[in-house]
Design a binder for this molecule. Structure first.
Ligand code: MN
Length: 381
């Protein structure tokens, strides 16, 4: 029985993770989780999975739930996330929170030598050099959950890293892939949230529309697979069937493919190195599929992806700044306070104004993350 703690249980990845745990109760036990604002969903999770520790956002919510479920330990806030991540006695942490708020819980879990399945890409973008260094030092596995990185991880299975020439991340192009930059003026939040292939949380769907999601994933791949940015590429692939590709020095390419179903990479991270059958499988029928399409990435159209490569290559605190500025800008767009095209403009302006610091420690990263959000808000108001 593998004891799982889950950060972000009420989000899109969290819900699909619980689906897998629920379908394999003989294999997995949910011992702790954190939730967002959906308290009714928390009640359902507690009844169904009986976790020992549950973290919510507000103190009042935790007190109210404690009265309803006296046998469960309810915690809250940033400390609550750390409690779930590091103090639940889990055999694995699946980190599916959104944003750099997942950074400290991840580091605390690494200190406790808990293997981590990571869906929280912002953590690796904001402080990948620290997370990977600490994980390596304590020999803690960091397993990818993101579909592209799971694909790369699977394609690299049993291969010598020195034989890899390129990691190629596929990108669907998001909800606005048919529009030019001109045509992006005036697109609405609702339009941005309608992704053609994947069902994901709001932040991730907006990041897909700006292509910042692919940018975050490039930096994530750099850290997870210790690969220089010159050996990471992106290609447009509108069907989201090939989830990513590894090219080797003999020009062979190994790709991983399947229906766009996040449960597959989630389950693989939970069962690795084993594979188990999928409940309600969405099997791919190649004959019916017929064709797959690929096109070169357009770095001018998708400005945010170019910014991410720039930030990744510069290193230091610049990826932290890029990520924090993006998180804040996306929130402003969702609140309809800025137009869509201002998201990457704000990110670029904030990056340009930043004096980069190389090899930042955790304190510096956390401070710059906070400062950047304030700077972005000040630009707008
Ligand atoms: Mn992805």
């Amino acid at each position: 029985m593998k004891r799982i703690s889950l950060l972000g249980a009420t989000g899109s990845i969290g819900v699909q993770t619980l689906d897998i745990i629920g379908a394999n109760r003989d294999r997995f036990d949910l011992v702790a989780c954190s939730a967002g604002r959906n308290i009714e969903r928390v009640r359902e999770i507690v009844r169904q999975f009986e976790p020992e520790i549950v973290s919510v956002i507000e103190k009042e919510q935790s007190e109210q739930l404690k009265e309803e479920f006296p046998n469960v330990s309810f915690v809250y806030g940033d400390e609550g996330l750390i409690e779930v991540a590091a103090n639940s006695g889990a055999d694995m942490l699946l980190n599916a929170v959104i944003g750099s708020v997942g950074l400290q819980p991840t580091l605390r879990a690494i200190e406790q030598e808990i293997p981590i399945a990571i869906a929280n890409k912002e953590t690796l973008v904001a402080a990948g050099h620290i997370v990977m260094r600490e994980a390596k030092r304590r020999n803690v596995p960091i397993l990818p959950v993101d579909s592209e990185h799971s694909a790369l991880f699977q394609a690299l299975n049993g291969e010598k890293r020195s034989a890899v020439s390129k990691l190629i991340l596929t990108a669907s192009g998001g909800s606005f892939r048919h529009l030019t930059r001109e045509e992006l003026q005036g697109v609405t939040v609702k339009e941005a949230l309608a992704h053609p292939n994947w069902s994901m949380g709001n932040k991730l769907t907006i990041d897909s529309a700006t292509m910042m999601n692919k940018g975050l994933e490039v930096i994530e791949a750099h850290h997870l697979f210790d690969m220089p940015f010159d050996q990471i590429e992106c290609v447009l692939h509108k069907e989201s069937i090939i989830h990513s590709v590894v090219e080797f020095e003999d020009t062979s390419m190994i790709a991983q493919m399947g229906s766009p179903d996040m449960r597959v990479p989630i389950q693989y991270a939970l069962t690795y190195p084993d594979r188990i059958p999928m409940q309600r499988p969405k099997q791919l029928r190649l004959g019916e599929l017929g064709q797959l399409h690929f096109a070169p990435m357009d770095y001018e159209r998708f400005r945010a992806l170019q910014l991410a490569f720039d930030a990744g290559r510069a290193g230091g605190t610049l990826p932290t700044v890029m990520n924090a500025a993006n998180e804040q800008a996306v929130q402003l767009f969702m609140e309809e306070k800025i137009p869509f095209l201002q998201i990457d403009e704000l990110v670029e302006r904030t990056m340009d104004a930043h004096s980069n610091i190389q090899n930042p420690d955790l304190e510096t990263i956390l401070q710059i993350d906070r400062q950047t959000r304030t700077d972005v808000l000040n630009h707008v108001q």
